[in-house]
Write a protein that binds this ligand. Structure first.
Ligand SMILES: CC(C)(COP(=O)(O)OP(=O)(O)OC[C@H]1O[C@@H](n2cnc3c(N)ncnc32)[C@H](O)[C@@H]1OP(=O)(O)O)[C@@H](O)C(=O)NCCC(=O)NCCS
Length: 186
């Protein structure tokens, strides 16, 4: 296998690689039961995330070609991340404060490069850099990614019904959490 480079990328680099990230996103998330935002929606989502100072991203490349990405941002106290959990969590679990939780928004590896450990390296590379106490993500039920998350240290917390007015990509998610070693301040 050619040398795969996996590294954290600054928001400024992500901003100039939107086309490559968008292209890989469309390929990876077009496979049902995944749901892809349209290219315009996804670009707008990325630009919104990029403007958040807590944005974090790692990229995987082979010979300069993008073969994988992961990105996310820190939850805020006013967010709705934990709304609609079928197994409700106590308030002390769902209350957010600065530095508490990093949310993974998207992760993808190009099809020919899957099952070579790149997804795991992407996640570890990004999360090792973070100072938050824990990470979370939402997955559309039924994806093979569930086995990836179980194999890479994530715990399934609960199924979640999306709030009707939230505009999320699926009416239902499985919410995962993973403890980090951060102290909670950035
Ligand atoms: C999920 C995804 C990022 C995983 O990337 P990857 O580089 O293939 O993952 P890794 O090679 O690091 O996998 C690590 C371990 O996870 C498990 N795993 C990963 N993909 C799996 C699959 N499709 N089926 C079963 N187990 C899987 C395995 O235990 C694997 O170790 P092994 O290959 O030694 O058995 C990739 O499949 C992908 O891009 N999927 C499409 C986009 C997507 O669904 N993203 C997540 C949305 S919530």
């Amino acid at each position: 296998m050619d040398e795969v480079s996996v590294r954290v990328a600054a928001a400024s680099e992500v901003a100039v690689r939107l086309d490559a990230i968008g292209g890989l996103y469309q390929q990876a998330f077009a496979e049902p039961p995944n749901v892809a935002e349209t290219p315009a929606e996804h670009r707008a989502t990325l630009l919104r995330l990029l403007s958040d100072p807590s944005f974090g991203c790692a990229l995987a490349e082979v010979g300069g070609e993008l073969v994988g990405f992961v990105y996310g941002y820190q939850l805020t106290a006013s967010g709705r991340w934990w709304d609609g959990l079928r197994d409700p969590m106590p308030q002390e679990f769902t209350t957010e404060w600065e530095g508490r939780t990093f949310a993974i928004i998207d992760i993808a590896v190009a099809q020919p490069w899957r099952r070579h450990g790149i997804g795991a390296r992407l996640m570890d590379t990004l999360l090792c850099e973070r100072a938050e106490q824990r990470a979370t993500l939402g997955m559309i039920p039924g994806l093979p990614a569930a086995e990836f998350y179980t194999a890479t240290g994530w715990d399934l917390l609960s199924r979640q019904d999306s709030p009707p007015d939230a505009g999320w990509t699926s009416p239902v998610f499985d919410v995962y959490v993973r403890e980090l070693t951060g102290t909670g301040s950035r």
